[in-house]
Design a protein around this ligand. Structure first.
Ligand code: C5P
Length: 305
């Protein structure tokens, strides 16, 4: 095999609560991930030398070792002592630094693709180990689930098989937002003792239980197409800090709401906002209306993938 073409899908976080801050600087999460059909395309081509080369249709992503797709190939090469090289071509459709997991998904596709191109015979456990070394969202894209509950820093995944496909509108403003900066801007509620909520084990357990209950209620509501109920449980703890950094997020939410979208929220650390609607027809109608109102936003009609 000389060449391989792979789809590299985006994700939405239908629910995302931040439970606490960990010693390693990351945050513990409770999140409901959904894979969507907004996809980049990755072409892997075997090289005659041992180099890793990246090229892309977008000027917004690096073509050097700071690209997560490069990190993924290099990790396999170094750990498994592989001499072969690879050219990685990325056809970009997923907006960059938007909270849609594009870079993480590209890295996951490279891991999955190189396993075939280089005939590595990697196991599920190997994929998990490699993917979590690259980034917190990479394990979700490697696991192949349409919906997952993610805990830990996002790498502990539980498949949610019960959920049916959903239709969405995804709106992305021009402004980029760094995930690191959004997490840094997160303000913790103070408990009565004055300690930040994440410092107390009882608070941690309560938050985890509350998150699990609310995410379950959201799943229940979506399975019954009960959008008013879903709106009560859709949540993203990163929304407040993200709005402080990118006020257009509130404008997008107001625009979607004025067009009759009952359920909308931020995905990941933003600034992408998604709405949940009942059908393809409704998604397309709202896409057209949003595009007509704001030319500088990117607007997509997408579904579960
Ligand atoms: O894991 P990843 O490299 O994608 O994360 C980007 C940044 O987001 C991290 O450097 C960290 O600041 C923040 N982050 C976090 N807790 C998580 C995931 C990400 O603090 N669970």
């Amino acid at each position: 095999m000389r060449s391989l073409i792979l789809k590299s899908p985006a994700k939405l976080n239908l629910y995302l609560n931040v439970i606490g801050k960990r010693r390693d600087g990351y945050h513990s999460l409770y999140s409901l991930f959904e894979r969507i059909d907004l996809c980049d395309e990755i072409t892997l081509t075997a090289r005659t030398d041992s180099a890793i080369k990246i090229s892309s249709t977008s000027s917004q992503i690096p073509s050097n070792s700071s690209n997560l797709a490069y990190t993924a190939a290099q990790l396999l090469k170094e750990t498994l002592k592989i001499c072969s090289g690879v050219s990685i071509r990325i056809k970009k459709r997923i907006p960059v630094a938007a909270g849609l997991g594009g870079g993480s998904s590209n890295a996951a596709s490279v891991l999955l693709g190189l396993n075939r191109l280089w005939r590595l015979g990697l196991t599920k456990k190997d994929f998990l180990r490699f993917s979590q070394q690259i980034g917190s969202d990479v394990p979700f894209f490697v696991c192949g689930n349409r919906f997952s509950i993610a805990t830990g820093r996002g790498e502990k995944l539980k498949n949610v098989t019960s959920m049916k496909s959903l239709w969405h509108i995804v709106v992305v403003p021009r402004r980029k937002v760094s995930t690191k900066v959004v997490y840094k801007a997160l303000r913790w509620n103070k408990t009565k003792s004055g300690a930040s909520s994440c410092a107390k084990m009882t608070t941690y357990t309560n938050l985890l239980t509350k998150s699990r209950d609310n995410a379950n209620m959201l799943i229940h509501a979506l399975d019954r197409h009960n959008l008013p109920m879903a709106q009560r449980y859709v949540f993203n703890a990163l929304e407040k800090p993200a709005v402080r950094l990118c006020p257009s997020i509130s404008m997008i939410k107001r625009t979607l709401s004025s067009l009759g979208v009952e359920v909308c929220a931020l995905s990941g650390s933003g600034p992408a906002v998604f709405g949940i609607v009942n059908s393809r027809k409704e998604a397309m109608r709202i896409c057209r209306a949003v595009k007509a109102k704001q030319k500088q936003w990117q607007v997509f009609g997408v579904r579960t993938y």
